[in-house]
Design a protein around this ligand. Structure first.
Ligand code: URP
Ligand code: ZN
Ligand code: ZN
Ligand code: ZN
Length: 485
């Protein structure tokens, strides 16, 4: 059985061209004019792109005394409905048991996922046991390790632990990821705000100013440089953090930055809303920022100083958010966006001229596929690539509403936003898993794990360079040495 997508424009990260796409089985067989297949999908007036890859999700994540309500089943179905065909989720171990945690994530995902998926492993402490087990994690196809510089007393690691883990990543050809906020300062500001009587969600934003993110981003970059490893900064939300990334890249450091669709579009005014629920539902870390930060983030995506737009989808119900009714520090941190990332970015990015369609593909799919070392199996429209495709219709629009979303969350931070650029079709490994106007849920469990090999090219280049410039002892002629006393 073959499928041909006819009459559309193929939009890749490097170019756009009119062509049909022939799919045989799970992969792309041919791209060109006048192709024929058993089933024809009409792409007239639409763009054929690589499916979105969201490298930052927390499905069913145990966090802050509860568990994120978006399940692997609902979250991956929401992803496909929005044109995202692969998610990368964060495995959170208890203590040293990295493999045990990986097994738990694997059990949930295998049973429920309808999109393809992969994992990052979180390093939430440091020990000889973690040092020894990291190669086994890499051997299981997980080539990235995440470090939290915030969430003091819970997930946070200190500089010495991060340096040790980054050095291990360098040896293993794995990529360290960092949540960059100064957790000590955040904890102190939280206590001060509570003591001053600020207990509502606005306190969340006051306790995490852009400076604490800028400082931590810079520190993470310096630690990565000392360890000789590339580094990927998650949820870059502000100019201070972007500036640190830009500066490092100009010095030739391999540093990547990931703004979220939420930070590109929403701002801190939400926390002043008179409705407590509305404000609390928008509590995430880092918080939404003053609008003045957004232009720089958009410019960074076009200029290449920022590479990826993600969601950090970590969605709690309205009821769960009320755990922090008397105290903003107990509001579970996280927002959603998995279903809306592509259409919101298309509408606010491409339709405004901030991004070209090719840049849109780069930041939603191709760049992260390369960074995570799965290109061109994913992130490409090329013969031999997995047929993970979105047929994006620039005329197809909607008003975002929780009442009509695939996600099971009872609100949406983009509620009321008008978008265009919805998928006419989403295909995952050659299967049509979403068609506009049809409400058929994809089959849970059809998604597959995507293993990611270690040592992506920039990692290899950096370790070669680091070896050449490594400190070396000066060899001196013993005959010329001064005689000791
Ligand atoms: O508030 C957020 N971002 N929650 C999810 C965990 C994290 O920090 O990424
Ligand atoms: Zn984070
Ligand atoms: Zn996150
Ligand atoms: Zn659907």
């Amino acid at each position: 059985m073959s499928i041909v997508i006819k009459g559309g424009t193929v939009v890749a990260a490097d170019r756009s061209h009119a062509a049909d796409v022939l799919i045989e089985g799970e992969t792309i067989a041919a791209i060109g004019p006048d192709l024929a297949g058993d089933t024809v999908l009409d792409a007239e007036g639409a763009f054929i792109m690589p499916g979105g890859i969201d490298p930052h999700t927390h499905l069913e994540m145990p966090f802050m005394g509860t568990t994120a309500a978006e399940t692997w089943e609902s979250g991956t179905a929401a992803a496909l409905a929005g044109g995202t065909t692969m998610v990368v989720d964060f495995v959170i171990p208890e203590g040293d048991d990295l493999l045990g945690a990986l097994n738990i994530w694997e059990e949930r995902a295998t049973r429920q996922a309808s999109s393809d998926y992969s994992y990052h492993m979180c390093i939430t402490g440091w020990s000889q046991a973690i040092f020894e087990v990291m190669p086994q994690v890499v051997a299981r196809g997980v080539n990235s390790f995440k470090h939290f510089m915030a969430y003091k007393g819970a997930l946070m690691v200190n500089d010495d632990q991060m340096f040790a883990s980054f050095q291990r990543c360098a040896e293993l050809g794995a990529l360290p990821l960092v949540h960059a906020e100064n957790g000590d300062i955040v904890a102190a500001l939280q206590q001060k705000l509570l003591a001053d009587g600020i207990t509502g969600p606005e306190g969340h934003a006051f306790s995490r100013p852009p400076e604490v993110e800028g400082e931590a981003t810079n520190r993470a970059i310096m630690i990565a440089d000392a360890a000789g490893v590339p580094v990927y900064i998650v949820h870059t939300s502000c100019e201070q953090a972007h500036e640190a990334i830009r500066r490092a890249r100009q010095k030739g450091m391999r540093v990547y930055g990931e703004p979220l669709i939420q930070h590109l579009v929403l701002d801190e005014s939400v926390y002043a809303n008179a409705d407590w629920d509305y404000a609390a539902q928008r509590v995430m870390s880092p918080p939404f920022r003053d609008k003045a930060h957004q232009d720089g983030l958009w410019a960074g995506l076009a200029a290449g100083s920022l590479q990826v737009v993600a969601t950090d989808h970590c969605a709690f119900s309205a009821e769960q958010k009320r755990m922090g009714l008397d105290n903003f520090t107990r509001i579970p941190n996280g927002t959603g966006g998995l279903e809306d990332r592509l259409p919101v970015l298309w509408t606010k990015g491409v339709e405004t001229g901030r991004l070209t369609p090719n840049e849109f593909v780069a930041v939603t799919s191709t760049n992260i596929a390369r960074i995570l070392n799965i290109y061109p199996r994913k992130g490409a429209v090329l013969p031999g690539s997995d047929a993970d495709l979105v047929v994006l219709d620039p005329k197809l629009g909607k008003t975002i509403s929780a009442a009509r979303q695939a996600s099971i969350i009872d609100y949406n931070v983009f509620e009321g936003v008008e978008v265009r650029g919805l998928p006419r079709y989403t295909l995952s490994r050659g299967e049509v898993v979403h068609s506009a106007g049809r409400n058929e849920a994809p089959r849970p469990g059809r998604g597959r794990f995507v293993p990611r090999p270690s040592f992506p090219a920039p990692h290899r280049a950096l370790s070669t360079w680091k070896e050449i410039v490594a400190p070396r002892a000066v060899v001196r002629d013993p005959a010329l040495m001064p005689i000791g006393v």
